[in-house]
Structure formats: structure tokens, C-alpha cells
Design a protein. Structure first.
Lengths: 116, 110
């Protein structure tokens, strides 16, 4: 079974703090994703990475950065947390897919971040 | 715009009812259409659809894709309280990106 783990289930931080959210997958997936989920807005893509040290901005990258130093680990960084970054953060991973095959994303359990 | 629209936004039914959830998308590039179920945790995968007209079935759940009309439906028959969840639809683009709808919240009352 694919396993995607996230470092914390619940996190409370103060405005201005630097926040690290860690995600680890054990299936040798090339692709990894960070989403945030807010009521009424569904899942929105923050960043994704298709290989080590490679990253692409998603729909809402402002205020976030990412790091992918190893294939299995994808970190989301909030350089200076703000209250509007209070949200549920979901990490996911997948194989890249080929011309003849598409793949699903596997999600981690999520981190509920509250910024006070 | 890579928009995925789900309807209805929320639904309340009684146990035993049949429900149909809708998902429409705008095509720029299309690889697959996925359905997820989300309870009080991360989404879990239900179906992946790539071809029109071929129904995928898993127990009381089934789904079908219409690539000409750009929509998919998820059917749940004989609903149970354990089906209460948010159901998410996502379109997978060529660049391995996934575009999610806002979800349909289903509540099944005993």
C-alpha cells in the first residue's frame, strides 16, 4: 500500500513565525503535491514537484515555498505565517504517468494549521 | 480556465435513497477524471475514468464519463449513513496537475 505521511496532524503557530510542513512518501513516486483545502473552495494546488530539486508553482503559491532535496520528501514552508494561511494542508504523491497509463494521487492525512 | 464544477453543493437524503452527483469540466487537456471520497481525513480514491461510456462499479457506487459533453456522474444506490462524506471530482491534465471541484457534501439520515 502506498503510504504518504505528514509530520503533524494539528499545528498552531503565531503570525510571523516560520512554519515547516513535511511530507514523506514510500512508493518512489516522482510527483509530489501540496494543496490547501478551505470550505467552499475545494482543494487548491500550492506547489508541485516532478523530480528532486524540481518544482512548479500551482494556483496559489504566494506566501509559500517548497523544498525537494530527496525523492521521498517534499516540504512546504511558510516563511512568515499569516492568519489567512490557517487551513488544512494536504500532501499527495503520484507516478508521472506515461502515454499509455495515467495514475492516481495518493494523499497524506493532512495537517490542520491554525495561525493566531 | 481549468474549471471543474460539481453539483449539487450539498445533499441530504434518507438511508436507502439513490443519489447522483455531477461533475462537469472544461477541457484544455484531459488525461483522466477522478472521484474521491473525503470524510474527516484526507480524500480516498474511488474511481478513475479515462474512456467515455464505460461504467466503473464498486459495490453500490458507480461512475461514468461523457467526454463529448464533458461531464461525469457518480451514483450511489441504497445509501447508508457511512456514505456521508464530501465527494470530490478532479480532472487530471497532461502536465500531471489535478484540478479539483469544490465537492458535494452528502449527508445520509437514518
Amino acid at each position: 500500500d502506498v503510504k504518504v505521511t505528514q509530520s503533524s496532524r494539528y499545528l498552531v503557530k503565531r503570525t510571523g513565525e516560520k512554519v515547516f510542513l513535511e511530507c514523506v512518501q514510500d512508493m518512489d513516486h516522482e510527483n509530489m503535491f501540496w494543496y490547501r483545502q478551505d470550505p467552499g473552495l475545494g482543494l487548491r494546488l500550492i506547489y508541485f514537484s516532478y523530480d528532486v530539486k524540481m518544482k512548479e508553482k500551482g494556483d496559489i503559491p504566494e506566501g509559500y515555498s517548497v523544498s525537494r532535496e530527496k525523492k521521498e520528501r517534499f516540504s512546504l514552508i511558510l516563511e512568515s505565517a499569516s492568519t489567512n494561511q490557517t487551513s488544512m494542508y494536504l500532501c499527495a504523491s503520484s507516478f508521472p504517468g506515461t502515454v499509455t497509463r495515467t495514475d492516481t494521487q495518493y494523499f497524506g492525512p493532512g495537517t490542520r494549521l491554525t495561525v493566531l | 480556465e481549468d474549471k471543474v464544477v460539481q453539483s449539487p453543493l450539498s445533499l441530504v437524503v434518507h438511508e436507502g435513497d439513490t443519489v447522483t452527483l455531477n461533475c462537469s469540466y472544461e477541457v484544455t487537456n484531459f488525461r483522466s477524471l477522478l472521484w474521491y471520497k473525503q470524510e474527516k481525513k484526507a480524500p480516498t480514491f474511488l474511481f478513475m475514468l479515462t474512456s467515455s461510456g464505460i461504467e466503473k462499479k464498486s459495490g453500490r457506487l458507480s461512475s461514468i464519463l461523457d467526454k463529448k459533453e464533458l461531464f461525469s456522474i457518480l451514483n450511489i444506490t441504497a445509501t447508508q449513513t457511512g456514505d456521508s462524506a464530501v465527494y470530490l471530482c478532479a480532472r487530471q491534465g497532461a502536465g500531471n496537475q489535478f484540478y479539483f471541484g469544490t465537492g458535494t457534501s452528502l449527508t445520509v439520515i437514518p
